[in-house]
Design a protein around this ligand. Structure first.
Ligand code: NDP
Length: 253
């Protein structure tokens, strides 16, 4: 496996990016059937366990490659290791258990396809950072690192704050949907997805490589279409939905 990755890593990364570029227009046409768009397209499983199952490979595989690789954790790579895992520990083990919506399910097929994505993403990012990356200590004063880190932290904050704001809408025990207000919901329907897009764009900037850029490209390709789907859904579900609100990028889209 390591030998295969060593020999073909750059080809794999370019194919992986090419796939994201193919998936993007498809995702614009086909709504992913989970969350509010759920359809029974296969066996179903409890939504929170679906999230745990599909996200788990990312921190595990990423950490495996970084731990077994030649790069020390007491270097810039250690900073990237920490940031990636902070995101994924929260996404895999905390957020799914904070979600409200008793009895919600997701199609097993969605969990499996996301599992595939996370296996590849964990491999591409982990193998690069563990085995191939060469950052000097001076990298932490480079503007790309500093601006990227700032974007990553800002994006993570926006993502988490709005994810928990959505969770708070069901604190009365309801399982349905309400019009969210407050924070960046004033401007867009999916500020949580906007935050995630900023976060991984920052990741690409601070790590400055094709393998890590692939994660940002996939995030744009997955989340722009999903945010547009959410926005259309809000507008058809709530007659009184604020007309001036954009889908995902304030004042733009
Ligand atoms: P949503 O905003 O659709 O849903 C998040 C949670 O809030 C769900 O529990 C949902 O319930 C609930 N919710 C949403 N809207 C309302 C509302 N109006 N009223 C009450 N409850 C509401 O998020 P996604 O499912 O699209 O994504 C979840 C997270 O995963 C986000 O942080 C996103 O950034 C991340 N993600 C990242 C991807 C990547 O490629 N990096 C890919 C996909 C997601 P319910 O489940 O019942 O709809």
């Amino acid at each position: 496996m390591l030998n295969f990755l060593y020999q073909h890593f750059h080809t794999i990364v370019y194919i992986w990016i090419g796939l994201a570029i193919i998936v993007f227009p498809i995702a614009l046409k086909v709504t992913a059937p989970y969350g509010r768009h759920t359809k029974k397209i296969s066996l179903m499983l409890p939504a929170k366990w679906g999230w745990v199952l599909m996200e788990l490979p990312s921190p595990l595989i990423f950490s495996y490659f970084v731990f077994t690789g030649e790069n020390s954790l007491f270097s810039v790579v250690g900073v990237f290791f920490l940031l990636f895992n902070l995101h994924y520990v929260h996404r895999t083990f905390i957020w799914p258990f904070m979600m409200r919506g008793k009895g919600k399910e997701m199609p097993l097929l969605i969990a499996i396809s996301a599992l595939g994505f996370n296996i590849m993403n964990g491999t591409v990012n982990g193998y690069f950072l563990g085995y191939l990356a060469e950052y000097s200590q001076a990298w932490i004063t480079d503007p790309r690192f500093l601006i990227g880190l700032g974007l990553f932290l800002l994006g993570a904050f926006i993502n988490i704050w709005h994810d928990y704001h959505l969770i708070s809408l069901r604190k009365d025990g309801s399982t349905g949907y309400k019009i969210p207000n407050g924070g960046l919901f004033r401007y867009v329907s999916s500020p949580n997805l906007f935050g995630e897009i900023i976060e991984w764009t920052g990741w690409a900037l601070m790590t400055w490589s094709m393998p890590t850029l692939s994660f940002a490209i996939w995030t744009w390709a997955n989340l722009l279409p999903r945010a547009l789907d959410h926005h259309r859904w809000y507008n058809s579900y709530f007659k009184e939905y604020p007309k001036e609100r954009k889908a995902v990028i304030p004042f733009v889209l």
